[in-house]
Design a protein around this ligand. Structure first.
Ligand SMILES: [Zn+2]
Length: 696
C-alpha cells in the first residue's frame, strides 16, 4: 500500500485506491448486480419452473368470452366458472358471496342495428361485438330516421334540428347525449361513435368503445338505447348521410333488467398453519366488458394460476403450507371490494397486505411495461421495498438488458421480450385504493401490464395477450404472496437490510428536492423555501420511521426473548435514522445560511408561529369505523379544499400527527393550504362525529 501521503497531486491517491479496490475484489466474490436476500433461492426457482403462462392464457380466453358487466347475470356466469376452477386449483372454502346492489342487474339478450333505407346493411350486432350496445340501454323495436347531431352534448348541437322520434348520430359520451337528445328532446335512441381514451391514448379507429347510458334511468323504459360503433364506422355513416340526404335505421334491443341486483364476488383460500390474524389477500376484478381480455380476465386468470401453482408445490412437498392464510378474491372493481368491507368491517384488522393484479397479459404486439403502483404518501410500510427488491432482481437476473431473457422467465408460446418494471408513485387506479383508504389502512402491492391502446374497447381481445407476461405476473404475485405469508421474526434482520436501501433512496430524493428548492431561491423566496425544504425533509424521515416500525407486525408475542432482541435490533436502525435526520437538517440549515450570505440578507430562525404552536397542541384521531356512515366519511369533501386535499387531510389523521404536523405534511407533499383551513376542515369532521381532538 502507498504509505506516503499523496502530496504530489492526486495521482498516487488514485493508484492507491485502485489497488485497495482490487485487493477487496480478490478477497470476496465479485458482486453481482442486485442480489436478493428475502427469498430462499429454491422457492423462486420452484415458482419460476411451475407457474404457467399457457394455463393462465386458457383461463383468460374462457373469461374473455363472457360479458361480465358489474351487477349482471353475465358476471354470475363468470363467477361460477372461477369458483369451479378455484376448487380444481385446490383452494379451500370457495364461495360466491353476494351483497345487495344499489341498482337492478342489466344484461343484453340480443341487439341489432340495421340501416334499412336507402340500402340494407347491418351496422351493429351484439352477437359479433358485445359492446355494440351501451350498458343500461332499454328494449326497443324502432324504425326511424337518423339525424347527425355532431357531438350531441350541448344545445348548440341541436339548433335547427328536430330529433323527436328519431335516432341521433353523435360522437359525445352516450350518457350526456342521452340527456340532451332523448330525455330533453324526445329522440328514440342513439348511434354513438364515442371513443374511450386513457392517459391520452386513442384506441385504433375500428375499436368499439365500452360505454353506458345513465344508470339513474335504468327503470324508465323511455330513456332509450345507444348503439356503439367505431370512430371509422361513424365517419362512414356521416359521409353516407351527407351523400344520401336521408337514412333510416331499424333498431332491435332486448335486454334483461332484474331487481334486486346483486354484487357478487368469489372467495377462496389456502389456510395458514400458524398465524391467524395476518391474512394475505390477492385481488383481481372479474367484472368488465366482453372481451376485456387484459382488463381483467388476465388478472383473474393469474390469480387462479397462483393458487394452482402454490397448491401443486405444496402437494409435491416442495413448499410447506403457509404460516399465514392466503386469500383469493375475484371482485367487482372498487365498488364490490368496498361492499365486502362494509359487510365485514372486522376483517380489515386481520389483513396484513393486499396483492392486486389488474391487467396481467400486456400486448404481445406492442410495449409491455410492468408497473407496480407504490403506496400512498400518507402510508409508510415495508411493502414497497419488497416489490422493488424482487422487481430489480428479476430485471438483473432473469432478463438482463442486452441479453435474451432467461428461458425460465418466458412462456413457451409467448414472446421473448425483455422484462422491465417501473414503479409508479401512488395513483388511484384500481382495487388497491380500497385497501389503502383511510380507515381500512391495508397496504397493497398493485401490479399491472397495461395495454392502454385497447382498454375498455372491443379490441381488448385474447389475441393480444402475451403468455410470457401472464407467467411473469403470476411469478411476481406468487413470490410476494409466498414471502409475506411465511415471514418469521428471525427474517427481520434481512427485511431491515432491504428496507434500509429503500429508505436511503427515498430520503436521498427528498433531500435533493429540499436542497434544490433552496438553490433555486432568490432574496424574496429563500425564507419561505427554507421552511418548505425543512417540511420536505421532516416528512421524509417521519415516513421512514413508520416504514421501519411496520416490521413490528412480524414480532410474535409467543417468544418474548426473541421479541426483545428484535426490538433492540430495530431500535438501532431507528436511532440511526434519527441521527441522520439531524445531520440532514444541519446540512439544509448550513446551505440556507450560506445562500443568505451570498444574497446579502440575514437568515431567519425557523420558529413556529403562535398559531402553529397552538395547533401543535391539538391531535385529531379518527373515531369513524367501517360501518354504515363510512361511505359518507369517504365522500365528504370541503368545497374550500376540493376532493383531493380533503382526502389527503382525512388520510393524514392518524391519532399521532397534531394539526400543525398535518399542515406541514400537506405542504411537504407540494400542496398549498393555510393552517386555518386544516383546522376548519378537521372541526367539520369533529362536528360529524367522525373525529375527536385530544389536547396535549
Ligand atoms: Zn382493470
Amino acid at each position: 500500500m502507498n504509505k506516503r501521503p499523496p502530496i504530489q497531486g492526486i495521482g498516487p491517491l488514485i493508484a492507491g485506491l485502485a489497488m485497495l479496490g482490487s485487493m477487496v475484489w480478490l478477497e470476496t466474490a465479485p458482486a453481482k448486480a442486485q442480489e436478493q436476500v428475502l427469498w430462499p433461492e429454491q422457492v423462486l426457482t420452484a415458482l419460476l419452473n411451475h407457474v404457467s403462462g399457457e394455463r393462465a392464457y386458457e383461463d383468460t380466453a374462457t373469461l374473455a368470452s363472457l360479458s361480465r358487466y358489474p351487477i349482471s347475470r353475465g358476471f354470475h356466469r363468470a363467477a361460477t366458472i372461477v369458483a369451479e376452477r378455484a376448487r380444481q386449483a385446490g383452494l379451500k372454502n370457495v364461495k360466491i358471496l353476494a351483497f345487495p346492489a344499489e341498482r337492478p342487474s342489466w344484461d343484453v339478450l340480443s341487439a341489432e342495428l340495421w340501416l334499412v333505407e336507402p340500402v340494407r346493411r347491418k351496422l351493429a350486432d351484439t352477437d359479433e361485438i358485445a359492446v355494440s350496445l351501451a350498458m343500461f340501454s332499454h328494449n326497443a323495436e324502432v324504425t326511424a330516421e337518423i339525424v347527425d347531431v355532431g357531438e350531441g352534448i350541448s344545445d348548440a348541437d341541436y339548433e335547427g334540428k328536430d330529433v323527436k322520434g328519431k335516432i341521433v348520430l353523435a360522437s359525445g359520451p352516450p350518457a350526456a347525449v342521452q340527456q340532451q337528445a332523448i330525455l330533453a328532446r324526445g329522440a328514440r335512441g342513439i348511434i354513438s361513435s364515442f371513443s374511450n381514451q386513457f392517459f391520452g391514448i386513442t384506441p385504433p379507429p375500428d375499436a368499439v368503445s365500452w360505454s353506458r347510458l345513465s344508470p339513474a334511468h335504468l327503470t324508465d323504459e323511455s330513456a332509450g338505447f345507444a348503439f356503439m360503433i367505431s370512430p371509422r364506422a361513424g365517419q362512414e355513416l356521416r359521409r353516407l348521410l351527407r351523400q344520401e340526404g336521408r337514412l333510416v335505421a331499424r333498431a332491435h334491443v332486448e335486454v334483461e333488467i332484474h331487481t334486486p341486483g346483486q354484487l357478487e364476488m368469489v372467495v377462496g383460500e389456502i389456510p395458514g398453519a400458524e398465524v391467524d390474524d395476518q391474512d394475505i389477500v390477492f385481488t383481481a376484478h372479474l367484472d368488465h366488458q366482453k372481451p376485456g381480455a387484459n382488463d381483467n380476465a388476465s388478472g383473474s386468470a393469474v390469480l387462479l394460476e397462483i393458487a394452482r401453482t402454490l397448491n401443486e408445490l405444496m402437494a409435491r412437498g416442495v413448499l410447506s403450507p403457509p404460516r399465514r392464510t392466503m386469500r383469493f378474491w375475484w371482485v367487482t372493481e372498487i365498488q364490490g371490494t368496498y361492499q365486502y368491507f362494509f359487510h365485514h368491517p372486522e376483517d380489515a384488522k386481520r389483513i396484513l397486505v393486499n396483492i392486486n393484479i389488474d391487467q396481467a397479459g400486456g400486448n404481445r404486439h406492442g410495449r409491455n411495461d410492468f408497473v407496480a403502483i407504490l403506496q400512498p404518501p400518507w402510508m409508510g410500510t415495508f411493502v414497497d421495498d419488497i416489490i422493488v427488491h424482487l422487481g430489480r432482481w428479476a430485471m438483473a437476473h432473469l432478463a438482463e438488458v442486452y441479453h435474451a431473457p432467461s428461458p425460465r422467465f418466458v412462456a413457451p408460446l409467448g414472446t421473448r421480450r425483455p422484462f422491465h418494471i417501473r414503479f409508479w408513485p401512488y395513483a388511484e387506479l384500481t382495487d388497491h385504493l380500497v385497501f389503502e383508504t383511510a380507515g381500512i389502512d391495508i397496504p397493497s402491492i398493485s401490479l399491472a401490464v397495461a395495454s392502454l391502446e385497447f382498454i375498455h374497447t372491443s379490441e381488448d381481445s385474447i389475441e393480444h395477450i402475451d403468455p410470457t407476461q401472464l407467467k411473469r405476473s403470476a411469478f411476481l404475485g406468487a413470490a410476494c404472496g409466498w414471502l409475506l405469508a411465511n415471514v418469521r421474526p428471525s427474517d427481520v434482520p434481512r427485511w431491515l437490510a432491504v428496507i434500509r436501501q429503500g429508505s436511503q433512496e427515498r430520503i436521498g430524493r427528498a433531500e435533493s428536492r429540499a436542497l434544490a428548492l433552496l438553490a433555486m431561491s432568490d432574496e424574496h423566496t429563500i425564507h419561505q423555501n427554507f421552511r418548505q425544504a425543512y417540511y420536505v425533509v421532516e416528512h421524509a424521515y417521519e415516513r421512514e420511521s413508520r416504514v421501519l416500525a411496520s416490521v413490528a407486525r412480524f414480532h410474535e408475542p409467543a417468544d418474548q426473548d426473541e421479541t426483545r432482541a428484535l426490538l433492540a435490533y430495530e431500535s438501532k436502525f431507528a436511532w440511526n435514522l434519527f441521527a441522520q435526520q439531524e445531520a440532514s437538517v444541519r446540512l439544509l440549515r448550513e446551505n440556507y445560511e450560506a445562500l443568505c450570505r451570498q444574497l446579502g440578507i440575514e437568515p431567519q430562525p425557523l420558529q413556529p408561529s403562535a398559531e402553529e404552536r397552538r395547533l401543535s397542541q391539538r391531535i385529531p384521531r379518527r373515531t369513524i369505523s367501517l360501518g354504515p356512515n363510512f361511505r359518507e366519511w369517504m365522500s365528504f369533501t370541503s368545497p374550500q379544499l376540493g376532493p383531493r386535499l380533503s382526502q389527503l387531510v382525512k388520510s393524514l389523521i392518524d391519532g399521532r400527527r397534531d394539526l400543525a404536523e398535518i399542515h406541514r405534511a400537506v405542504s411537504a407533499l407540494g400542496h398549498r393550504m393555510s393552517l386555518s383551513a386544516v383546522e376548519q376542515f378537521v372541526e367539520q369532521l369533529v362536528a360529524k362525529g367522525w373525529v375527536e381532538i385530544e389536547s396535549r
